[in-house]
Design a protein around this ligand. Structure first.
Ligand SMILES: [Zn+2]
Length: 165
């Protein structure tokens, strides 16, 4: 995969992904959340990059070796909602890395998992395609991507607090 330069601003981000700039309030809100979370990731040392040549199906990835989150512009298209979900999902993997342990306690994980998988069963079906050793981290990331933006950012601030100093 080839990466473009890091994302700094919402407008640049929107342009990179081909969004129109006359966003509806809901789109504008999502774009704002995307920019804020990308900014938080950056403060913690993790760049958000855009790739245009991802394999089909791949929306994003946390590339540990580069300490970078990659968003797959060729698959995400003109959909800020999907971009947000993908960024939130990959930020969960960054949080797991910051914490060196799972994000959720096992009992809370069970409850969140039940709730989230009830709301979007398709999302959780895909977990079965991962190696069993990745199931917990993938379930956590799917729970995080369904949380309100403010909660995702608070969780990130708590999880990566020592990198944000
Ligand atoms: Zn994942």
């Amino acid at each position: 995969m080839r990466f473009s330069r890091p994302i700094r601003f919402a407008v640049l981000f929107a342009a990179l992904l081909g969004f129109g700039l006359q966003a509806s309030p809901a789109r504008a809100e999502r774009l704002k959340s995307i920019a804020l979370l990308a900014g938080l990731l950056r403060r913690a040392g993790t760049e958000t990059l855009v790739a245009r040549d991802c394999p089909k199906q791949l929306m994003g990835a946390f590339v540990f070796a580069r300490n970078a989150v990659v968003l797959c512009a060729n698959n995400l298209k003109d959909d800020p909602e999907r971009v947000w979900e993908t960024l939130a999902h990959e930020s969960a993997h960054v949080m797991q890395h910051c914490r060196r342990q799972p994000i959720f306690e096992r009992d809370r994980l069970g409850l969140d998992f039940l709730l989230a998988s009830h709301q979007s069963p398709e999302l959780f079906k895909a977990v079965g395609q991962y190696h069993p050793s990745q199931h917990r981290t993938e379930i956590e990331a799917r729970i995080v991507q369904g949380l309100p933006a403010e909660e995702v950012m608070n969780l990130f601030r708590r999880s990566c607090a020592d990198r944000l100093l």
